[in-house]
Structure formats: structure tokens, C-alpha cells
Design a protein around this ligand. Sequence first.
Ligand code: MNH
Length: 443
Amino acid sequence: TTAIPHPPWRVPLLGDVVGAGSRTPVQDTMKQARGLGPIFTRRFLKREIVFVAGAELSAELADESRFSKHLALAVEALRDIGGDGLFTAYNEEPNWKAAHDVLLPAFTQSAMRGYHATMLDVTAQLVEKWDRGGVVDVSADMTKLTLETIGRVGFGYSFESFERSSAHPFVRAMTGSLAYAQGTTVTFPLVRKLFGRAARERYGRDLAYLAEVVDSVIRSRRGTQGTDLLGLMLASGALDDVNVRNQVITFLVAGHETTSGALSFALYYLSRHPEVVARARAEIDSVWGSAEVPEFEQVAKLRYVRRVLDEALRLWPTAPAYARQAREDTVLGGKYPMRAGQWALVLLPLVHRDPAMWPTPEAFDPDRFSPVQVRSRPGHVYKPFGTGERACIGRQFALHEAMLALGTVLRRYDLVGSADYRLKVAETLTLKPEGFRLTPRRR
Ligand code: MNH
């Protein structure tokens, strides 16, 4: 057995001070990881985290017979918000399986057919906004698009994202409670103290408000038909009221920030790579032709646009980490013993840049996802949607929504970015470009 490396400058008692309490923990850890190899550990006070940065070890952790999902730190902190909803449920909680069985049919490729018209509607709202001209804040507009899409497709509820000049109170309560919950995981006790009584009370009010809005949507829908997510859950009768509320909140949270970030990063790279735009446009023109809006089937046929999205999610997987725990005592990578229940955090931006799998890993190159190149790599090295039975249930949903939006804006606009913008990645629970603006011009 081998000791797991840790960063230099470990301070007695305190541990690895550098990086603790940071506002950009993922990017700080990425910098800190240089030279430490495929696995390393960081300790602050009594809390020690093992990070996996290498593709091979990450692929090993994908073995479902030996490992399962672990609710680490930031995810566990969301229990107040998501409760026993799919994302924050413990593996052994009966409601995970019950809800997964009810909801799986709502996320198949064929279920997406039923959501296509609503997704087109929301995309049209984005187009209407961009047609008015001027500079747009990309992450903000992508968030409007994705929140509106999950609200309307999931629950028949509109946040009127495109009609409002400031955020819907539900969105403010959601963002505020997420920020508070995430803040509680900050390792510096001093920083934690700053979250005083006022903030805690506000958090309580936000949570109560989220529940109230969702419960009123559910009440208004009881007894009615519907094939959206809420309709399925109500019709099944398999989920209790509190669980249905938890699922709705879970889908609103899990279903919008990640897709919004993915779209924003893709648009950022497109604004920097005219040759990629040219190839994507040629494909869109040939597959979609001159029809005003694409048919359902025409969306997934944008194979090159899909590679653009895949490559954006390689470099900046917007859900940047997930945790895996050992089912039984085992040895990782042939040399690192793990006791049953012990876990490691898979840090995707590092795993996705492992030079052993990805030559010139920092370069943006959608051709990495051409069939030939995909076949040349081992399995389980690209994991933006997580792994195993707790992997993302919303993957097809996100892909359809994102490819529809990318195809639509690439076909309609030249995306003029400002030449001196340097990518700045903001971290909440998810990653997104900050301050990235475009001036969409009708072609
Ligand atoms: Mn999603 C789980 C990434 C879009 C709903 N999602 C996960 C996980 C990752 C992830 C990674 C696994 C986390 C873990 O192991 O702890 N999700 C994404 C990304 C996008 C995304 C990168 C967009 C791009 N997710 C969506 C959308 C929805 C959604 C859209 C809903 C409409 N995701 C979920 C749910 C889970 C999840 C629900 C939890 C599934 C489970 O544990 O059963």
C-alpha cells in the first residue's frame, strides 16, 4: 500500500490551509493538483477529502459492483432543499427507487418527443429577445431559457423569465437557499460564523416559500391529467406528497443551472472558433434545411453540434464533481486501501484533462468526439453526467434542449464576442462563465 500524496506546505494541526474557504474551490483544487498525480488528499482540521484526478482511477470508481454514489459535503448540504428527492436521496432510501421507477419513462428519448413543442416555444422567446439587438449576458439568458424550459415542460409552470426585468421571487429564494446551503460546507469555522442568525432566518423563509409555491402548483394539478413530470408523479400514486414536492424542487434546481452552464461554455468556445462555427452551420443548414423550426427528429441528427457540446462539457463539466464510496473494503488502483463506506471525490475537470486520454488536453477540439476517436479511448473516462444507477436522469432532456438552442442561435446569428474577454469561471454548485457577453447579429 502507498500513502496518498497531499499538497506541500501542510501546516501542523490545521492541515492544508491553501484552498480552504475559497470561493472557487474547483479551480483552486485544479491548480493545487499539479504535480500531485492521479490521486491526492487534502485535510483541513479534521476533515480529509480524497480527490481523484486521473482517468484510470475514475474509471475504476465507475465499477458499480465495488462502488456506489456517496452524498458528499455539498450534496448532503442540499438535503434541506431537496430532501429525499432523486438527487439528494441516500442509496438505501426506498423513495429513491420508487421515484426513479416512476420518472424513468419521462426521460427517455421518445419522451422528449412530447416536450419538443414546448422547448421550441421557449427557444422562440430567446430568439425574440436576441432579435431586439444589443449586447446580451450569455449565462443570464441561458439561465432564463433552461429554467423556463424545466418549469414549463416539467410542471406546466412559467416563471415568466423572459417577461421580467428582475428575477422571479421563486428564483431568488432558490438561488439564496442554494448559496446558504453551500456556504455551510465552507471549512473555515470563522467564515461559517459569518452566517449569523439573520441569514439563517432568511434561509428558513426561503425554504418555506419554495415549498409553498410548489405545493400550490401541485394542488392546482391534482386530479387533472398530464404527461409532464408532475402529471406522471401524481398519476402513479406511488409517491407521498412531501416526496413529490421534493422531486419538483430537485428538478427545478438540477434541471437548469447545469444545462445553462453547458450552453454558455459552448457559446463561449464557438465565439472563439470560427472554423467550428462554419462546420456546425453547414451541418445545421443541411439537416434542418430552410424549415422555420426543426422537427423533433432533426435535433439529435446534429452530430457535429453534439460534439461541440460534448467538448465544452469535457473542459468545463458544469456539475464538476461527484463522490463514490466503497461497498466493501477494497484497494483502489492496486495500492490505495479503502474501507467500506470510505469515499473519494471525482474531480471531473481534471479527469477530463488527463493527458493519457486526451492529447493537448487544454485545446478545444470537438473532433475528439468523432466516432473514430471515441472508439480509440477506453470506456468510463468521460463522465459529465455522472455514473452508474445514480447518473443523471435528465441527460436526454439536457441534450435535446441544448442542441435545439445551439442549432437555433447558430443558424440565426453571428455571435460576436468581445476580443478582450478572458474566460472567468464562476462557481456556485455548478460552473458557468461569468461576464461573458455576446452581440448576436442576424445573419
Ligand atoms: Mn443532472 C444527477 C450532471 C442536466 C436531473 N446530473 C446528475 C449527476 C451529474 C449530473 C454529474 C450525478 C451526480 C452525483 O453522482 O452525485 N445534469 C448534469 C449535467 C447536466 C444535467 C452536466 C446538463 C448539461 N440533470 C439535468 C437535467 C435534469 C437533471 C436537465 C432534469 C430535468 N441530474 C438530475 C437528477 C439527478 C441528476 C434528478 C439525480 C439522479 C439520481 O440520483 O437518481
